[in-house]
Design a protein. Structure first.
Length: 154
């Protein structure tokens, strides 16, 4: 009887499937809808003025390992998504507009800042943020249940 190559093929396919990025994420995170990031600062500011909602600004390089990690972990967490639901999320990429880093005085990637509906910066944090630390920061600066931002002194 001729030996079959099926078990080897099956093992390779199983290994490839188990290493795929989508299988590495918990099922709950796969079902979460993507964050509706606004890609233009001027349009987001106009939306904030019209809706009277604060904004969550992220300035990062798409290739920045810390931004990519936050995107996969922190921003994929349902608690974080829920916490930013009352904010207008804005994602600006430094590679597309190098002046962003100058304009927002970015010294670390990513920059995350909350702006009130009038466009005034309320708070900022730079660099990678773990889920719990980011949730605490959002609770202090990202607004209350009604979406109104808190002052810098809180």
């Amino acid at each position: 009887m001729k030996p079959t190559k099926r078990p080897v093929w099956f093992a390779v396919a199983a290994l490839a499937f188990s290493c795929s990025p989508s299988s590495a994420e918990p099922p709950a995170q796969q079902k979460e809808p993507p964050i509706a990031w606004r890609k233009h600062w001027a349009g987001a500011r106009q939306e904030a003025r019209t809706t009277k909602q604060p904004m969550l600004l992220v300035v990062a390089f798409p290739s920045c390992k810390w931004w990519l990690r936050m995107e996969r972990t922190t921003f994929a967490d349902p608690r974080v998504r829920n916490a930013i639901a009352t904010l207008i999320p804005v994602l600006l990429h430094g590679e597309e507009d190098g002046l962003l880093f100058e304009q927002f005085k970015v010294t670390e990637c990513p920059l995350i800042a909350v702006f009130d509906a009038g466009g005034k910066e309320v708070a900022r944090v730079q660099g990678f943020q773990e889920v719990q630390a980011f949730l605490e920061w959002l609770n202090r600066h990202g607004g209350n249940r009604h979406g109104a931002p808190r002052s810098k002194n809180q």
